[in-house]
Design a protein around this ligand. Sequence first.
Ligand code: AMP
Length: 191
Amino acid sequence: MKNIVIFGAPGSGKGTYSAKMVERYGLGHISTGDVLRGEIKNETELGKIAKSYIDKGQLIPDSLIIDIMAAKLDSLQGQKGVIYDGFPRTIAQADAFKAMLAERGMKIDAMIELVVGEDVLMERLLRRAQIEGRADDNEDTIKARFAVYHNETEPLSKWFEAEGVRQQFVWPGDIDQMLAGIYEAMDKLFA
Ligand code: AMP
């Protein structure tokens, strides 16, 4: 099973490109953001804790996220590949993820980084706010999420580079061109 991390700032298109890759290559997909929003919707204990962080644009504590992922990982086994969307987001999460995979005889096979300028990101997120009505897509929370991304998540890019799995894709201003680059990398991975 190939383990593929999709990585990028809020609004970089992780969900959109994941969906395309799932369809084209027949992969499993897990988005920690979607898992947490599901918990909030179902009003679980975890959902209550998650909401207090998400509404402020902050990250859920590492230990909580790591426990959630450890529980999910076994349910994802048996697929040709899985895309991890929104996880890992900190170095601690990445170290724990690497160990979790190693325990199961696996590794991170690829990291796809979506590189998009902040002006484009802000515009997209504000548009998404109007369409999807996500509670954390308002200007103040978006700014907080960008700050968290720069401080806590972006340094991880180098971690993946050191692991030898990072592939960066710079937004060319056109979704089809962006997809073509990603598909080329994925075709090689599954060749
Ligand atoms: P996303 O849908 O990936 O943008 O995630 C929405 C929010 O969920 C984030 O702003 C965080 O508050 C929380 N979240 C999602 N994934 C993680 C993670 N791996 N670690 C900590 N918090 C997370």
